[in-house]
Every structure is written in C-alpha cells, then in structure tokens.
Design a binder for this molecule. Structure first.
Ligand SMILES: [Zn+2]
Length: 262
C-alpha cells in the first residue's frame, strides 16, 4: 500500500511526465474510481504542478481546479497507454498516463479551485512530518492524549499525515522503540529517536524506490525494508529473528532483542 514516500515518488513522476503540459484527453474507464466531481473537466487545462498531501497526489490545473488521487491498496499512476488494469487515463502533450488499480479501491476527485483546503479539512488530515525535520517534542505533542501503543498511534492520519503500516514498523525499528510501548510511556530520548527515524526511513525509501513504477510489497515487490515483511530473518542490527504480530488489525514486524518493551 502506498504511503508517504511512494505517493511522493508518484507525485514527482506526475510532475516530470505531465507538468507544464495540457490535458488533451481524459477517459474514465471505470466510473467506480470517481469519488467526486467530473475528472473530464481537466480536459483543455494545463497541469501547473503535481504535489502530495498525506497519501494523496494532486494535479494542479491552474485557476479551474485540481485532480486528486488516492491510491488505497494497489492504485498507482504509470506512464503508459491504458491496459486492462487502467481505471482512468489521460493524455497530456506527448504523454499518456494511466491510473491502474488491481483491487479497484483507489479513488479520484475533481475539486474546483478553492475547495481543496475544505477537502482535506473534511478528512481531518494532520500536518506533514516531512520534508522539514521534526523534533521529538513535535511528535510528543502531536500524539498527546493517545493511550495505546506507539506503532498504531504513528498511523493516525488526523495526528500526522502520511505514515502507514510499513513506515510505522520501520521507524520503530530504526528508533529501537518497541511498537507495543504505550504512548504515555515513550521517553524524551525515544521521541527524539522516533523523530529522526521517521525522517530517515522516508529518505531511505525515496532513494531506494524512485522509478517510473512503484512495485508494492503486497504485489511481489521486495521493498527496501529493514523489518517489514522479514519474518524469521535476522535483524540487520543485532542478528535476532524478526517477529510479526497483529496490532489494530495490521501486521507489525519488529526485533524483540533490540526493541525491548522494558
Ligand atoms: Zn535487533
């Protein structure tokens, strides 16, 4: 599932592919992909820029509106003619871009200009944890009041936007913090370690996964991860076996030796 780094890569790709070009054609192949508005209103408009907010990618179409993509489990934008997996495609200049989605859960909205802030406000999206470096105090304040374990808390989009299941597991490992540690018991030093770890994990994933097409781990991609999907394999830091457990219905991977609870 795409999280902040993967959506950042797709936003950069969209900018590279269609930034500055005019949308000449747009076809909704599967109407279920449209969650709001009419994406065909993009036709004839120039793509001023493409950017990311949380796990959403946005095509800025100037003073008329925006096309907003949410990829959910398996959605992705790719630079090719539409195949059987395409739910929507567009042509801008000499580029063809397809929105592919094997599980058909991704969504696209047309948002008229001026309505984007309200769109994200309605979704209760918290502030971005990146690219500006954040201090431990910032994280501690953002997650204040939560009682449960730290790993699912990191994924609360209304507190901080963009952190998903993989990033949360990886950041806890990098910070040597147990994913089970209750938020109120995270020490100052651990908040500081988590702040650095989130930033480093994002930078690492961006460097490792940049390319024209994201291959998700749940679709056979190997990923560039230290613990995620590595059940039973040795921890890169201490050699102990990586373990897996369920937290809030999602798989958490961690090293019991270097992420102890006590
Ligand atoms: Zn370890």
């Amino acid at each position: 599932m795409p999280e902040l780094p993967e959506v950042e890569i797709m936003s950069r790709n969209l900018q590279r592919w269609v930034g500055g070009r005019k949308v000449e054609h747009l076809e909704v192949v599967d109407p279920r992909v449209v969650a709001g508005g009419d994406p065909r209103l993009s036709i004839g408009l120039k793509v001023c820029s493409a950017w990311r907010r949380g796990k959403y990618a946005i095509l800025d179409l100037g003073d008329k509106g925006h096309l907003v993509f949410h990829f959910r489990m398996t959605g992705k934008v790719v630079p090719r003619r539409p195949t059987g997996r395409a739910r929507l495609w567009l042509r801008a200049g000499d580029r063809e871009i397809a929105f592919e989605d094997a599980r058909c859960l991704g969504q696209i909205w047309w948002q008229s200009v001026g309505s984007l802030d309200a769109f994200f406000a309605a979704r209760g999206l918290g502030p971005e944890p990146w690219p500006g470096a954040k201090e431990g105090e910032w994280w501690s304040a953002r997650l204040q009041g939560l009682r449960g374990p730290i790993k699912p808390a990191l994924m609360r989009q209304e507190r901080v936007a963009g952190i998903g299941n993989i990033l949360a597991s990886e950041a806890c490992w990098r910070a040597s913090v147990s994913p089970m540690r209750p938020v109120p018991e995270v020490s100052e030093a651990q908040w500081s370690a988590l702040a650095g770890a989130v930033h480093e994990t994002i930078e690492h994933t961006l460097a490792a996964e940049s390319g024209d097409e994201i291959v998700y781990v749940n679709q056979g991609g190997e990923g560039s991860f230290s613990v995620y999907g590595r059940l039973g394999k040795p921890c890169a830091r201490c050699g102990a076996s990586i373990e897996r457990m369920m937290q809030s219905g999602r798989a958490t991977y961690w090293c019991p030796a270097c992420q102890p609870l006590s």
